[in-house]
Design a protein around this ligand. Structure first.
Ligand SMILES: Nc1ncnc2c1ncn2[C@@H]1O[C@H](COP(=O)(O)OP(=O)(O)OP(=O)(O)O)[C@@H](O)[C@H]1O
Length: 283
């Protein structure tokens, strides 16, 4: 298989602080991979190590078939896009002028600016000065700047943190479209909904180690107690194991008109995280 990211026993320490410990993972081309973890679990360290901002302590890293030594090269930088906390914009310049600077940096035609602004839904705002934009609009300008040189691989460090649900949806829509066009995405988040809705594979990161890694639905299913809970109109709670031989019993209950609500007890990714690590994602 063609892996865009291939890590073996990757570790990173800051002095005595171990931030990443023996991480082994592969991200195939075209996947949206999510690192889900609370504050301090090592998400930013992971992204900075993969983008060449930090050097690993030990282990093997291959990204786009390149080794760490090649990460500072223009060839690597041309193939990746990075959106992080450090991605500040020039506040006194307009959206267009900000993107013009990025085009010069990457030697990209200025014609790309309108194309990318269409994509992030900011074409009508391009003359606006950045200091007057909302937080959600600024995040979309930063995303546009990350995308303008058409990277094959995107690294997004908490791309929607502190945005309202409307802006979160807009960014998710843009990311899905990019992914459908073939871009591989590696993102970090502490938001279980983001991981569930967007990612093909999620690694649960806690204290620098990946505790479990799988498709979000598989993770939830594996930690489910595999029961349907049926609440009747007269207040009874009936638990039925999710097995084919029980389907007749469930159908009978539904036909009797007694069923008020019925749900499976698959946990949320947040509940899975709590079960696996003993820690809440928000703490
Ligand atoms: N420059 C640094 N020097 C020393 N320790 C650091 C440094 N940067 C991070 N750490 C430590 O490494 C660990 C992982 O931090 P990191 O910032 O990667 O976590 P995170 O999951 O991105 O957290 P957050 O969601 O709060 O950004 C933490 O214990 C943190 O205190």
């Amino acid at each position: 298989m063609d892996y865009v990211i291939n890590l073996r026993d990757l570790s990173k320490s800051y002095g005595d602080t171990v931030a990443l410990k023996d991480i082994t993972l592969q991200v195939p081309k075209g996947q949206i991979f999510g690192l889900l973890g609370p504050s301090g679990s090592g998400k930013t360290t992971m992204i900075k190590t993969l983008t060449g901002e930090l050097r690993k302590t030990s282990g093997e890293i291959h990204v786009l078939n390149m080794k760490e030594e090649q990460f500072p090269t223009p060839n690597y930088k041309a193939k990746i896009g990075v959106l992080s906390d450090n991605s500040a914009l020039y506040e006194r310049l307009s959206i267009y002028e900000n993107l013009k600077l990025t085009c010069k940096l990457y030697d990209v035609s200025l014609d790309e600016i309108d194309i990318i602004l269409e994509k992030v839904n900011l074409i009508d705002d391009k003359k606006k000065v950045v200091s007057k934009l909302s937080k959600g609009m600024k995040q979309r300008v930063m995303l546009a700047r990350t995308l303008i040189h058409k990277p094959e691989l995107l690294f997004l460090d908490e791309p929607t943190s502190a945005l309202d649900p409307g802006n979160v949806d807009k960014i998710h829509q843009i990311l899905r479209e990019l992914n459908e066009g073939g871009t591989t995405i590696f993102l970090s988040t502490h938001n279980m909904e983001e991981a569930t809705n967007l990612c093909d594979c999620v690694g649960l990161l806690y204290k620098g180690s990946i505790q479990e890694m799988d498709h979000p639905d598989h993770l939830r299913y594996q930690h489910s107690s595999n029961q349907f809970e049926i609440e009747t109109h007269d207040g009874e709670l009936i638990k039925v194991e999710n097995k084919p031989e029980n389907s007749g019993q469930i159908e009978q209950l539904i036909a009797s008109g007694r069923v008020k609500r019925m749900y499976s007890d698959d946990p949320t990714l947040g509940e899975v995280f709590l079960k696996v690590t003993g820690k809440d994602l928000g703490s």
